[in-house]
Design a protein around this ligand. Structure first.
Ligand code: FMN
Length: 179
């Protein structure tokens, strides 16, 4: 990719993947990107669980009733979790790391999708967080924020249309209501 801006324009959520494993070097670069993300007070309290076992990917895709299907056919899932007792900004810390990993993947031509786990529930009311913790042996104090699914894209998405950005959400100098 030529520039960060070009990467940002081209990155879209990819939910269909080729049945092809990712290069080990690419996986390393994606995880490295997460580990380089900024964190509040430099707490680095995140824990990333990389999963490529097909059976486990299938089970992770059932963490909530809707919206988690991309995980089932992904080449890799990275569960992004944080020790919430070690950073009061744990949601922000995890989110920054997840975004870094998605951007690194896009730069490598790898598609990804953010699957929200925090504050999502199974049909019987079980928190998706607890379901994933139990599946992967993640301790109780380490909360799962999201799962990132990765794989070589098996769908084309149009790049972001920069002429349709919500500039009305941007305020210069002071907040001005747009009504
Ligand atoms: C906090 C957050 C939660 C998301 N949760 C899901 C999800 O559970 N399932 C899903 O398919 N996509 C999910 N997405 C992806 C969004 O749907 C997607 O980023 C948005 O529609 C914009 O599309 P784009 O990424 O292609 O630009 C999530 C994204 C964010 C940032």
């Amino acid at each position: 990719m030529n520039s960060l801006h070009e990467l940002l324009v081209k990155r879209r959520s990819i939910r269909r993947y080729k049945d092809e494993p990712l290069d080990a070097e690419a996986v390393k670069l994606i995880l490295e990107a997460g580990l380089m993300a900024p964190t509040s007070k430099n707490s680095r309290a995140w824990q990333f669980v990389a999963v490529d076992d097909k059976d486990m990917l299938q089970r992770l895709s059932q963490c909530k009733p809707a919206g988690a299907h991309p995980i089932a056919k992904a080449a890799l899932a990275v569960v992004v979790a944080v020790d919430a007792t070690k950073s009061e900004a744990w949601i922000e810390d995890a989110s920054a790391a997840a975004s870094y990993m998605q951007l690194q993947a896009a730069d490598l031509g790898i598609g990804s999708c953010w699957i929200e786990v925090r504050d999502r529930y199974q049909v019987d009311g079980t928190p998706a967080n607890e379901y994933v913790q139990e599946l992967l042996g993640i301790p109780e104090e380490i909360s799962v924020v999201c799962i990132l699914s990765f794989g070589y894209p098996d769908e084309e998405r149009r790049p972001c249309d920069t002429s349709k950005l919500h500039w009305e959400n941007v305020h210069i100098g002071s907040y001005k209501a747009n009504d």
